[in-house]
Design a protein around this ligand. Structure first.
Ligand code: NAD
Length: 328
């Protein structure tokens, strides 16, 4: 295989990774995926396995010898493998830290040896409890205490960012970091606390939509198709190396507003019900009231901005549930 045309996607059987794999194959890239199927699904990529340009390795990124082989073969690494989702993070606190920090350490150490281009997926969670609107990449972070486990995800991702920037500083390793804000679309699952697929599924079934807290907390939801384009544009631009980019929608909606929109758009008879956070995630859980990205930096660097709306997201997610395309 031609190394320059060959990409590795860690976590490529997951939600975003499986969309990225399709987009890269459509652009005539050769794509290898490593995924331990902890939250990813074989069915997300099963249809790609007939393509001679696609390979799936079901294994962990903590397997250094396999990662060494894969990173020698591939010019570019999109590093998406991670513990993901608030519920999973609260339920598997040790694995969360191990996967995020150790996994990224392996990717960056090998990238330094084999001079891969690397894109690291971080998260808007690193802004923590900051109330600034909108969040800019160089803003101060406001993290909660280490006794509240929710913050482990943000801290481990922030450490990944420090490590990536340190590699850039020391050896000019070509690495870019994206802080993803809420990304939504087909193939995202509700079981890890992801709000859009959970509400859509509840609305289609006529069940109550369960809003955590009072529902006034707001988010910006970006279609996964737009996010995948941002990742590809950044990897292809040398101006991105050594930098952090917010990637997300700037269209803000409250969680109650989202529930109402989904019920209305899907013409569902469902009712909307609120439950306290403590009932959903246990005592001591903290949530952010607003989380809005500034996307000026990525707009200036590569000309990216979202093209799809929350209505497009709802329609695409509902179409998937209606078609029964959710496998495994
Ligand atoms: N979806 C979002 O809204 C969002 C927001 C912020 C950041 N992110 C980041 O984007 C990336 C992709 O997230 P996603 O939404 O597609 O979630 P996902 O859970 O669908 O994807 C993560 C993938 O990583 C795999 N994985 C986990 N541990 C692994 C390991 N040790 N070895 C190999 N594979 C492993 C999982 O099986 C899964 O397929 C993650 O790094 C996540 O932190 C996502």
């Amino acid at each position: 295989m031609d190394r320059d045309n060959h990409v590795l996607i860690t976590g490529g059987a997951g939600f975003i990774g499986s969309h990225l794999a399709r987009a890269l194959l459509a652009a005539d890239k050769q794509v290898s995926v490593i995924d331990n199927l902890s939250t990813g699904l074989h069915s997300n990529v099963a249809d790609l396995e007939a393509n001679p340009d696609f390979r799936l390795y079901v294994d962990t990124i903590q397997d250094v010898s396999l990662m060494q082989k894969l990173m020698m073969e591939c010019g570019t690494v999109y590093h998406l493998a991670s513990a993901v989702g608030v519920r999973l993070i609260m339920e598997q606190p040790v694995a969360t830290i191990d996967t995020i920090y150790q996994g990224t350490e392996v990717v960056l150490r090998l990238a330094r040896r084999y001079r891969n281009r690397v894109l690291i997926t971080s998260t808007s969670e690193v802004y923590g409890k900051s109330t600034k609107v909108p969040y800019c990449e160089d803003d101060d972070r406001v993290e909660g205490p280490t006794t509240k486990h929710r913050w482990a995800y943000a801290c481990a991702k922030a450490l990944d960012e420090f490590l990536a920037l340190a590699h850039w500083k020391e050896t000019r390793l070509p690495v870019a970091i994206v802080r993803l804000f809420n990304t939504v679309g087909p193939r995202q699952r509700g079981q890890y606390g992801m709000v859009v697929p959970r509400f859509v599924e509840q609305a289609l079934a006529g069940d109550d939509l369960i809003v955590h807290g009072d529902g006034t907390q707001s988010r910006c939801f970006c279609h996964v198709y737009d996010v995948v384009q941002a990742l590809i544009m950044l990897v292809n631009s040398s101006t991105a190396w050594g930098q952090i980019f917010n990637v997300g929608s700037t269209e803000e909606i409250s969680i109650r507003g989202l529930a109402e929109l989904i019920v209305q758009r899907l013409e569902s008879p469902s009712q909307i019900r609120t439950i306290p956070y403590s009932e959903a995630y246990g005592e001591g859980f903290e949530d952010m009231q607003r989380r809005i990205p500034s996307i000026e930096r990525i707009r200036l660097a590569v000309g990216w901005s979202p093209t799809l709306s929350i209505n497009d997201v709802i329609d695409d997610v509902a179409a998937e549930f209606r078609d029964g395309r959710l496998g495994d």
